[in-house]
Design a protein around this ligand. Structure first.
Ligand SMILES: Cc1cc2nc3c(=O)[nH]c(=O)nc-3n(C[C@H](O)[C@H](O)[C@H](O)COP(=O)(O)O)c2cc1C
Ligand SMILES: CC(C)CC(=O)C(=O)O
Length: 430
């Protein structure tokens, strides 16, 4: 579907070769480059990436383009993690320690990527995690990402800190041509992420607005009593441009928000998040005020998964906030098996962190996830080519997952189990 031509400005004499009958010159391994880009962007990102990719063919290519297009302070905010970024790097790295055990001769002529959650059937088990301030990537902001996800019947979770209001994103999705849920009460493709603000009336007001606008699930983020320490954003703070606003806090919602982003949102969060949040008082309260499916996002241990189930949540969000909160916590893929064992199928598991390949999605599903989301790739795709860029990114990831299934010998998402994977150490023993 996409032209497989990668143009890279590199020293002359580089061997050219052909993919699918089209010539290509590939001189730099995008995965290796990705490790670079995940590292501290101490210099201007433009200088840090010598390659120029004109037609990206995978998510790492898109990331490279975004690193060149974004303002340095925005790139630093989006790409970076906390402190030494150990967890950030680990999130992606650990996928390569898992091997897929392919089975053959199993009739893989028909593959069904669809997955169901909260009573809705989606085109694939891949969704988009909440990330703040998307208008820094493209004018369409969260509306562009929402439309892209919904046009593919996939899910976008909207952050509390969006730059398009939650109502406007819902309207943008409803107005998609031939959108099947245009007039329905609920929009299956939109979930709302909540940071619980200190004033519970304001938190409840956000929940009511999300319900009224048609959001179909509520995702409460629990790993952010304070913002993690992100060194790049401390060294190189930025302000939201004057024409870009934290759109959910304007108008009839009186929560005050400073547009000074400073440490990647520290001011926004300090003014608006409640560090005293706890299981007994707050998750029970949230459960009691809404009938929407409730997801707790930011679970990394079996103990907390158990508490979440006791509190009556509808899904567990296994996430370390993309390595942006406490550095040195495990990669989400490392935490997933203990959580999957504890949950034992009682509620679905929604996973994110470091997913950049269809094979990453396959591995997370095999290790116990029911739904797999990407955060940064949506920001980078939006930067690359707006709404259309997000569509292309989702298409690449869906097709990579489809191919992984075909080549691993399975045709249904629910059939992707532990049988298909082994940790590299198992092979190392031979
Ligand atoms: C720039 C940025 C902003 C984010 N904003 C939020 C947010 O507002 N709410 C939230 O729950 N998580 C937020 N996250 C965390 C993501 O939801 C998600 O957990 C993480 O990005 C997944 O890792 P990935 O980027 O490697 O896919 C943010 C992440 C990034 C990179
Ligand atoms: C505005 C911030 C609190 C958004 C966020 O969660 C993040 O930057 O990781």
């Amino acid at each position: 579907m996409f032209p497989i031509v990668i143009e890279i400005n590199f020293p002359s004499g580089t061997p050219a070769f052909t993919i699918n009958g089209q010539s290509a010159v590939v001189v730099q391994d995008a995965a290796a480059t990705a490790k670079e880009t995940a590292k501290p962007a101490t210099s201007d990102a433009k200088d840090a990436t010598p390659a120029t990719i004109s037609a990206p063919v995978c998510l790492r290519d898109i990331e490279q383009i975004a690193s060149m297009k974004l303002k340095k302070s925005s790139w630093d905010y989006f790409s970076s993690g906390a402190m030494d970024q150990e967890t950030l790097q680990l999130n992606s790295e650990v996928f390569s320690r898992i091997r897929i055990r392919p089975r053959v001769l199993r009739d893989v002529s028909q593959v069904d990527l669809s997955a169901s959650l909260f009573g809705y059937k989606f085109a694939s088990p891949i969704g988009i995690s909440p990330t703040a301030m998307m208008k820094l990537c493209d004018e369409s902001g969260e509306a562009g990402v929402g439309r892209a996800a919904a046009s593919f019947n996939q899910v976008q979770t909207l952050s509390t800190f969006t730059t398009v209001s939650l109502e406007d994103v819902a309207s943008a999705v409803r107005s998609l041509p031939d959108y099947p849920h245009a007039k329905a009460q609920r929009i299956p493709n939109l979930w709302f992420q909540l940071y619980v603000v200190e004033d519970r009336k304001k938190a409840e007001e956000l929940v009511r607005r999300a319900e009224k606008a048609g959001y179909s699930a509520l995702v409460v983020t629990v790993d952010t009593p304070r913002l993690g320490r992100r060194l790049h954003n401390i060294r190189d703070p930025f302000r939201l441009p004057s024409d870009v606003k934290h759109a959910n806090f304007e108008g009839n919602n009186s929560a005050t928000l400073d547009n000074e982003i400073g440490q990647g949102g520290a001011v926004a969060l300090r003014n608006n998040n409640d560090a005293s949040l706890n299981w007994d008082r707050d998750i029970g309260w949230l459960r009691s005020i809404t009938k929407l499916p409730l997801v707790v996002k930011g679970i990394l241990t079996a103990e907390d998964a158990e508490l979440a189930i006791k509190a009556g949540v509808d899904a567990i969000g296994v996430s370390n906030h993309g390595g942006r909160q406490l550095d040195s916590v495990p990669a989400t893929l490392e935490a997933l098996p203990e959580i999957a064992r504890a949950v034992a199928g009682r509620v679905p598991i929604i996973f994110d962190g470091g997913v950049r390949r269809g094979t990453d999605v396959f591995k997370a599903l095999a290790l116990g996830a029911n739904f797999v989301c990407v955060g940064r790739p949506s920001l980078f795709a939006l930067t690359w080519d707006g709404e259309e860029g997000v569509r292309k990114m989702l298409d690449m990831l869906n097709e990579e997952l489809r191919l992984a299934m075909v080549l691993a010998g399975t045709t249904k998402i629910s059939a992707i189990t532990m049988q298909f994977v082994r940790h590299e150490s198992e092979y190392g023993k031979l």
